[in-house]
Design a protein around this ligand. Structure first.
Ligand SMILES: Cc1cc2nc3c(=O)[nH]c(=O)nc-3n(C[C@H](O)[C@H](O)[C@H](O)COP(=O)(O)OP(=O)(O)OC[C@H]3O[C@@H](n4cnc5c(N)ncnc54)[C@H](O)[C@@H]3O)c2cc1C
Length: 429
């Protein structure tokens, strides 16, 4: 059966997929369907703040059903299982609640063009014990689980007078920012008026396998982050290669043990495990789908991939782009123009990444970062109010892209005045 409008199906309503659905839905030539396993969108770069309790997730959670009717796309809730490129079908498995009850049936969704935006997860590199004894911040349920453990540990620490021990494996943006936000959260549990003394409820250590923290960051940025972590009394340990995680300790390859009450595993990011079984895609060594200069998969010109699910090299001899919301958002904006151009018979320009730099928000420790100016490779180290404002810009752009300018501005204003917001809005890394 012929369709008057080309059916574009987007798998994954995260930082990139949702922005693409909202932008494309306004164009007459396409009928857009967004698929996600969850019924609501959560802005992933704030997961560590939800985990620490410094931001209330309700401010950042938006129902896909509500957005679909507001922005003019269809929404299908379901778990993507496989893609059948011959028949141009996506197979969705049943939706299950957290307790396992089946809430929706398996079904197929037909497409003319498909965009895979299913994101990534934190790999455990086969390390024993991570699955059972560590928390990984891959989705909102993980942040909720962590917060439950964290609150219980701090209540216990306040009662018994012994600080709770949190070990964070991995010193990238997630690990360092989470540590800083936990230190802020600790304040809410300290009741100086009752105890009459300053209590320390939390010992935090960041364990990094590389010889220095924040591998890949510039020396200046690393130093700025280290100084701020030290001021927040957060310990860092480099060269700590982890052999296993036990219920009450993180164990190094050299036998060293870090006793712990809660372990957070924040060591890198790879493509979501579901990507491997989707179809016959070419994958890179981080389980991401290899895409060409126009973000098309190498095996099927009708299927695109973006964001953490995609492996895009800006040049043949370059490394693939890092998994960031900044990158996913730029790729979504690119496809929002490139797909209609292709449907109209044109050839879009190749995707070009504009690296705007890297910013880290360390809550009361302040924001620091290096930003690139005019696509120059010479980074400028920024901190203080300017860094904070820049840090906020990506989520603001996201809110405008998803909600439109009027509603987006109202949401940003509500966010800014909310008493449940933490000291730092989270933006880009
Ligand atoms: C704690 C933390 C802090 C971060 N901070 C920053 C930051 O400061 N700056 C920055 O630029 N980046 C940051 N990132 C990275 C950023 O969040 C990701 O790069 C970005 O979200 C990737 O966008 P995406 O659209 O590719 O995937 P995601 O945003 O991960 O979205 C994937 C979507 O796919 C859905 N999905 C997954 N599997 C299935 C399936 N089988 N079926 C159906 N749906 C499925 C998920 O529900 C989700 O909605 C951070 C990440 C974390 C975890």
């Amino acid at each position: 059966m012929a369709h008057s409008r080309e059916r574009v199906v987007i798998l994954g309503g995260g930082a990139g997929g949702l922005e693409l659905a909202c932008s494309l839905a306004g164009r007459g030539a396409v009928a857009v369907t967004l698929v996600d396993v969850n019924g609501s969108h959560v802005w992933k770069p704030r997961l560590h703040e939800f985990a620490a309790g410094t931001v209330d997730s309700t401010l950042s959670e938006m129902s896909f059903y509500m957005l679909a009717s507001m922005r003019g796309f269809s929404f299908e809730q379901g778990r993507v299982v496989t893609i059948d490129p011959q028949n141009r079908l996506v197979r969705l498995g049943p939706v299950r609640s957290r307790h396992g009850a089946i809430e929706g049936p398996s079904r197929d969704v037909a497409y003319d063009r498909l965009v895979v935006a299913l994101g990534g997860v934190t790999p455990d590199f086969g390390t024993p014990g991570v699955e059972d004894h560590a928390v990984r911040l891959d989705e909102k349920a993980d942040a909720d689980d962590f917060r439950d453990l964290f609150v219980a540990a701090l209540l216990k620490a306040r009662e018994c007078g012994e600080p709770a021990r949190v070990s964070i494996v991995g010193s990238g943006a997630t690990g360092t920012e989470l540590a800083a936000h936990l230190r802020v959260s600790e304040r809410s549990f300290i009741n100086d008026a009752v105890t009459g003394r300053k209590q320390r409820l939390l010992d935090i250590v960041i364990l990094e396998a590389a010889p220095e923290i924040m591998p890949g960051a510039s020396g200046d940025l690393r130093k700025a982050v280290c100084d701020r972590l030290a001021k927040l009394d957060i310990k860092t340990r480099v060269g700590a290669r982890i052999a296993s995680v036990e219920a009450d300790a993180v164990v190094g390859e050299n036998g060293e043990r870090w006793p712990t009450d809660i372990t957070v595993w924040a060591a890198g990011l790879v493509g979501h495990p579901c990507l491997e079984g989707l179809s016959d895609f070419d994958m890179d060594n981080k389980h991401r789908i290899i895409v060409d200069a126009r973000l098309k998969t190498t095996v099927d010109g009708r299927i695109y991939a973006l964001g953490d699910a995609a492996s895009f090299k800006p040049a043949a001899d370059a490394q693939p782009l890092p998994p960031t919301a900044q990158c996913a958002s730029q790729q979504a904006a690119y496809l929002a123009a490139a797909i209609p151009t292709t449907i109209a018979g044109g050839t879009p320009e190749p995707f070009e990444y504009d690296d705007k730099g890297r910013l880290i928000s360390l809550a009361r420790g302040g924001s620091v970062g290096s930003i690139s100016l005019f696509r120059s490779r010479n980074d400028l180290l920024v901190h203080g109010q300017f860094a904070q404002a820049a840090y906020q810009s990506i989520q603001r752009k996201h809110q405008w892209a998803v909600l439109g300018y009027l509603r987006g501005s109202v949401a940003i204003f509500a966010d800014a005045i909310s008493p449940t917001k933490g000291p730092a809005l989270k933006l880009h890394g």
